[in-house]
Design a protein around this ligand. Structure first.
Ligand SMILES: [Zn+2]
Length: 239
């Protein structure tokens, strides 16, 4: 997946502001220098789990099904982290989260265990998660080098999407303020890494998986989302 970022000054001057495609960075912070020499910093507002899911969707469109599955799986793990962080924030324990997360941050099994236990403690509804077949499929792809078909990758991605959407909806319904605080905290952590004098642009991916999306009707399926994304990419190439 590549991003097309904007020059702040060119946007202000109502010139064509979008720059050449650039690779995704883990930091979410991008220095943009446009052909006219204007410098700005783009901050991508999406959470890590939203970005990873979008990378997975692009991988599938580009024919990299194994990479799609691996990005979807990573997205789900980061969703668990987001949920746990939000739960801690909802109880006024922001600093405690940062300390405790360090002790399990290197183990996805521990993180999953923490999510299941904390969710179970907080809610009486079943814990959202992947079924045994999808867990085994993910392990076969990640650990045994299995190369999935497009159909298998999309089915797995759909399961991750359903699970993540359920977790996000529960978080938004039960502790909306803490969800907002978690998003703001993420933005503040990024802003602290940028000089105060920098010219900043806050950008969004328009990602498939988005906390911001509110819907009164059912969400599109992953197959439908991929079709939309394919059309968008086709239009962008034609520009
Ligand atoms: Zn410019």
């Amino acid at each position: 997946m590549k991003l097309r970022l904007a020059c702040k000054q060119c946007m202000f001057d109502q010139r064509s502001a979008l720059q050449s495609p650039t690779a995704v960075l883990d930091t979410g912070i991008y220095e943009v220098i446009c052909p006219l020499g204007h410098k700005s910093i783009n901050i991508i507002q999406e959470q890590k789990f939203e970005i990873l899911f979008q990378i997975g969707a692009h991988a599938i469109i580009d024919g990299y099904y194994r990479e799609g599955v691996s990005s979807f799986a990573a997205s789900l793990e980061r969703t668990y982290e987001f949920f746990i962080k939000t739960l801690y924030f909802s109880k006024g324990k922001k600093e405690e989260f940062k300390g405790i997360w360090k002790s399990i941050g290197n183990s996805s099994e521990r993180q999953l265990g923490a999510f299941i236990l904390l969710f179970g403690l907080e809610f009486s509804t079943p814990v959202p998660g992947l079924n045994k077949k999808n867990v085994e499929f993910r392990n076969d792809v990640i650990h045994k080098g299995i190369i999935p078909t497009e159909k298998q990758a999309i089915e797995y991605g759909q399961a991750v999407l359903d699970c993540t959407r359920a977790i996000i909806e529960i978080a938004k319904k039960n502790f909306a303020d803490a969800v907002q605080q978690t998003i703001v905290d993420n933005m503040q952590s990024m802003s602290e890494k940028i000089p105060q004098s920098a010219s900043i642009v806050y950008s969004g991916l328009g990602a498939i998986l988005s906390i911001a999306t509110e819907r009164n009707q059912p969400f599109p399926t992953l197959a439908e989302e991929l079709e939309n994304l394919r059309s968008e990419k086709g239009r962008a190439k034609a520009l």
